[in-house]
Design a protein around this ligand. Structure first.
Ligand code: FDA
Length: 298
């Protein structure tokens, strides 16, 4: 990260909350369910699908996992009531994975029981085995409305992709800072792992959510789906709310399915600060935005 970005990131906690809110408003639907409802409806009207993420900080008690689970059930009510073209993305740690795996399983099942598709986000590498194991177990026992995520940055991912034949998989680069033993650190290595993993998933008959804003990867993905004769129903692109909208619009205009990841929740501030500080790269983008907004014309 550029030293100036690093300085801005270090100072973020001192930035007035309303300014952080303004900066993060592009990336977060808002603090209330109504905000998510409105954002998803707007996306749908523009021909985009959505996946809704309820923001939550790390939980330490079962009742906190219950609150997050309840919030997801409320999201699913809204999706049904308004006939929104959307699904949900959940984090197993928010459902209780680190407290008791059985608790996360029970909460995930309560959410999946509604029938809407549920994407299990992938978190840091300490959770990969447990996440894939729970996904496999539940799909194996007939819960077909579940999907999982693979991170191209992890060295293990190409192998995991080969074991997931027929699955519904979101493929992303991976947002967590991982040790070099488990993850590629080099930008081109991550890109090439993404391409190899995408090939493995498509060859294994997976439905892939191609989650990237990297135009080079979008082009490689378009070549990969074209080479296999897949129509727009055979895969989808996925992007984060507020990130590179022009790239997404281009894909939609060309007839591809695009799903936008829509985070919302009262913990937007904690979430924004933590994500910004945890990931220098994302922080760098936002730091540049901050600078632009403070120094007009830069
Ligand atoms: P890259 O980081 O190279 O970005 C390409 C360009 O996009 C940048 O140059 C910049 O212009 C822009 N950009 C990217 N991210 C931005 C941001 N946050 N703000 C502003 N501009 C940005 N990770 C994970 O570990 N587990 C998960 O479950 C998910 N889930 C997920 C869902 C969806 C729909 C997406 C799009 C991404 C994720 N991720 C994720 C995050 C993912 O792993 C990755 O960190 C980001 O997508 C950034 O990687 P890119 O492939 O976009 O490339």
């Amino acid at each position: 990260m550029h030293p100036l970005d690093r300085a801005v990131v270090a100072l973020l906690p001192l930035v007035p909350k309303p300014l952080v809110r303004r900066l993060s408003s592009r990336y977060i639907a808002g603090s209330e369910l109504e905000d998510a409802r409105r954002t998803v409806a707007t996306l749908n009207a523009a021909g985009k699908l959505a996946t809704v993420d309820v923001l939550g900080e790390e939980i330490t008690r079962a009742d906190e996992a219950a609150v997050i689970t309840r919030a997801y059930l409320d999201v699913l009510d809204v999706i049904d009531e308004d006939g929104l073209d959307a699904n949900v993305s959940v984090k197993l740690t928010g459902l209780g994975l680190k407290l008791e795996p059985a608790l996360a399983r029970e909460n995930l099942l309560a959410i999946a029981a509604r029938g809407t598709f549920v994407r299990i986000d992938m978190e840091d590498s300490s959770t990969t085995d447990a996440t894939l194991a729970l996904y496999r177990e539940l799909v194996g026992s007939g819960h077909e409305n579940l999907g999982v995520v693979l991170q191209a940055a992890l060295r293990r991912t190409e192998g995991d992709a080969r074991d997931l034949a027929g699955a519904n998989v979101r493929l992303c680069k991976g947002i967590y800072l991982e040790p070099p033993e488990v993850a590629y650190r080099d930008f081109d290595q991550v890109r090439s792992s993404f391409v190899r993993t995408l090939d493995a998933l498509l060859d294994g008959g997976c439905y892939v959510g191609i989650a990237t804003h990297d135009e080079w990867l979008v082009d490689r993905a378009l070549e990969a789906v074209r080479a296999r004769g897949l129509g727009p129903g055979g895969y989808e692109f996925q992007m984060l709310l507020g990130v590179r909208p022009a790239l997404g619009d281009g894909l939609v205009g060309a007839g591809h399915r695009l799903r936008i990841y829509v985070p919302f929740g009262r913990q937007w501030y904690e979430y924004s600060l933590r994500r910004l500080q945890e990931n220098p790269k994302v922080a760098g983008y936002v730091a540049r935005d901050l600078l632009r907004s403070l120094v007009p014309g830069r």
